[in-house]
Design a protein. Structure first.
Length: 599
């Protein structure tokens, strides 16, 4: 029905007769000449309808926004002074010979160029929302990114293998989505949170290079960068070391950015250990564009009179300083605002010192209510370590280490971007390596896996798995970009004896391990090769590339923050017969039956 896409026409087609199909984006009547901006997925083309063709002109007069049209006409150069540099076809227009209305449209719920739409309106009318040029660009870029991943992995010998969507419920850190079995009453499948165990089984099966762009599911509280269903680029390989895996994945990401955005990422990516990243930035995915850093002062304030500092410093907590160059100019209102921001992350408050004169380590040179409670030696250490100068401001976080890292790490990024403490680079990737194997759960009084329970410990830490798990480091690695995690992975445990050791460290007994992971433990006994991998978040990568605020803007049919699809009104009630077939009775129905019986 068509010879060209609208947005791909240019002066190469001058004097050619073309046929176009698309939607009427805009119709304008200029003194007897009708202009129609015809839109398809590639962009716009201007159609000129002259009244010297009465039959065609009459149809053009009837056209309204979002009518579906087929247009045939001759490509000609636009008159001088009327070109449009904002669109690919901006130098040409099509003099219409024939026009056919393939379908009419009712008035859309909103104009496609309306920039003030609520997300609920957009998601309710997602079909129309997806027609908007920005959404078309977003999904086209998503396709380009996915294809760049595939081309690279295919060229390196990776094989695309599907893994099951209906699988066994296993503890992986979030709630599973459960699917009741009709054939096996009272039993359930789970939708996969990741293909983790299956890709390890594929390595044992001899498929030494696997990848999959797949759907995964987690029933967790949502936010801008989370969805109940999400799309990882899942990768696993055998017979490569930790360093070789990260080098290959780094080449992959550089290739994807080059092919998709024509962006050259640095080579090589910088690397930080987890310990250094937390010490300097309070985050395991720091935004390196921000030039501010945290400074450790815990040891310097252990004996000060200010209990807010000395309490955490003497009880295993952390006291960290964040120097803001020229920050003394911050108003009281701004400081209060940053204090409230820090409280979101669990901080009880936000102490600060304004540096007026670094030569006077007292209330004359240092302006703050806390200075009188800090002795001169502590103040000297703080000033020297932070490198504070006259006119600077120093914020402090003092609490449990996690609270300080979360609060001051987030504050660092917020102030950095708001006040311009950035290095001007568009993209700052970073490998974070040497993660802890375990973290201690104070409430449950047990160790949990930081990554997942199939991550291999450093070879030299094997002996500490059961004697001192808190000191064990893992062969784990995350790739961060501009303060977001692009992907994470690890070298896996390939020996059954080591896997059993890790389970014991996690307080998972032999019986429980066999019940939940028996198929993996059994497979590891049949000559499992050394293997490892990584998963990249496709949604998150495309979100960053497009500059979108939410991954919902790069997913065709997303859910809301309440895990609802406003377009289809899912989730929804189902027929009672369906429930009976699945041997399910809803609790409210049971309660209603009891109440009726009592009456």
């Amino acid at each position: 029905m068509r010879t060209h896409y609208c947005g791909l026409l240019n002066t190469d087609q001058l004097d050619q007769t073309v046929s176009l199909c698309g939607w009427a984006h805009r119709r304008r009547d200029h003194g007897g000449v009708i202009f129609i901006d015809l839109r398809d997925r590639e962009g716009l083309a201007q159609i000129v309808c002259d009244p010297d063709r009465p039959e065609m002109f009459k149809i053009a007069e009837s056209v309204r926004n979002e009518f579906v049209l087929r247009v045939t006409g001759k490509v000609r150069r636009r008159p001088a002074g009327t070109t449009n540099a904002n669109i690919g076809s901006g130098e040409i227009e099509i003099l219409c010979h024939e026009i056919e209305v393939l379908n009419t449209s009712v008035t859309p719920p909103f104009q496609l160029d309306d920039e003030n739409l609520s997300e609920n309106v957009r998601l309710t009318h997602r079909v129309i929302d997806l027609r908007r040029p920005q959404m078309q660009k977003n999904l086209m870029l998503r396709y380009k990114v996915a294809m760049a991943f595939r081309r690279f992995l295919d060229s390196r010998g990776f094989i695309d293998i599907e893994t099951p969507m209906l699988t066994k419920s296993t503890p992986e850190g979030a709630r599973d989505y459960l699917v009741p079995s009709r054939v096996h009453p009272g039993e359930f499948f789970a939708l996969p949170q990741s293909p983790q165990l299956f890709k390890q089984l594929l390595m044992v099966s001899g498929f030494d290079r696997y990848y999959q762009i797949t759907k995964c599911f987690r029933d967790e509280d949502l936010r801008a960068d989370r969805q109940p269903e999400f799309t990882p680029v899942d990768i696993e390989t055998s017979f490569l070391t930790e360093t070789q895996i990260t080098a290959l994945m780094e080449e992959l990401i550089r290739t994807v950015f080059k092919e998709s955005l024509d962006v050259d990422l640095p080579n090589p990516f910088p690397r930080l250990t987890y310990a250094e990243a937390m010490a300097r930035f309070g985050s395991d995915k720091p935004d390196l564009r921000v030039t501010l850093e945290l400074t450790e002062v815990t040891d310097a304030v252990k004996d000060v009179a200010f209990k807010v500092f000395s309490g955490p410093a003497t009880s295993g907590g952390r006291v960290a300083a964040l120097r803001i160059p020229n920050g003394a100019s911050l108003t009281r209102g701004e400081i209060d605002g940053y204090t409230e921001f820090a409280k979101i992350y669990g901080a009880k408050g936000l102490a600060y010192i304004k540096v007026n004169d670094v030569t006077q380590l007292n209330e004359t040179g240092l302006q703050s209510p806390i200075v009188k409670n800090l002795h001169e030696a502590a103040l000297k250490t703080i000033v020297e370590r932070t490198g504070a100068q006259n006119g600077d401001l120093i914020f402090f976080g003092a609490d449990k280490e996690k609270i300080v890292n979360d609060a001051i790490g987030a504050l660092r990024s917020k102030i950095g971007h708001e006040k311009g403490y950035v290095n001007g680079k568009a993209w700052e990737p970073l490998w974070v390596v040497d993660f802890p194997m375990f973290e201690y759960d104070e409430e449950a009084k047990r160790w949990n896996a930081c990554h997942h329970p199939f991550t291999a410990p450093k070879d030299e830490h094997l002996a500490m798995l059961e004697s001192d798990p808190g000191k064990c480091l893992a062969k784990a690695y995350d790739l961060a970009l501009n303060g977001s995690e692009l992907g994470g992975g690890s070298v896996r445990i390939h020996k059954e004896a080591v896997q059993s050791q890790v389970f014991r460290a996690l307080n998972i007994g032999a019986e429980e391990a066999q019940l939940k992971f028996g198929f993996l433990l059994d497979a590891l006994q049949y000559g499992a090769p050394p293997h490892g991998g990584l998963a990249f978040g496709l949604d998150r990568i495309v979100t960053m590339m497009t500059g979108s605020e939410s991954i919902r803007d790069v997913i065709a049919f997303p859910k809301t923050q309440r895990a609802q699809c406003l377009l289809t009104q899912a989730p929804s009630a189902v027929d009672e017969r369906q429930l009976r077939d699945l041997h399910i009775r809803l609790r409210q129905q049971v309660q209603a039956t009891v109440e009726v019986a009592k009456e």
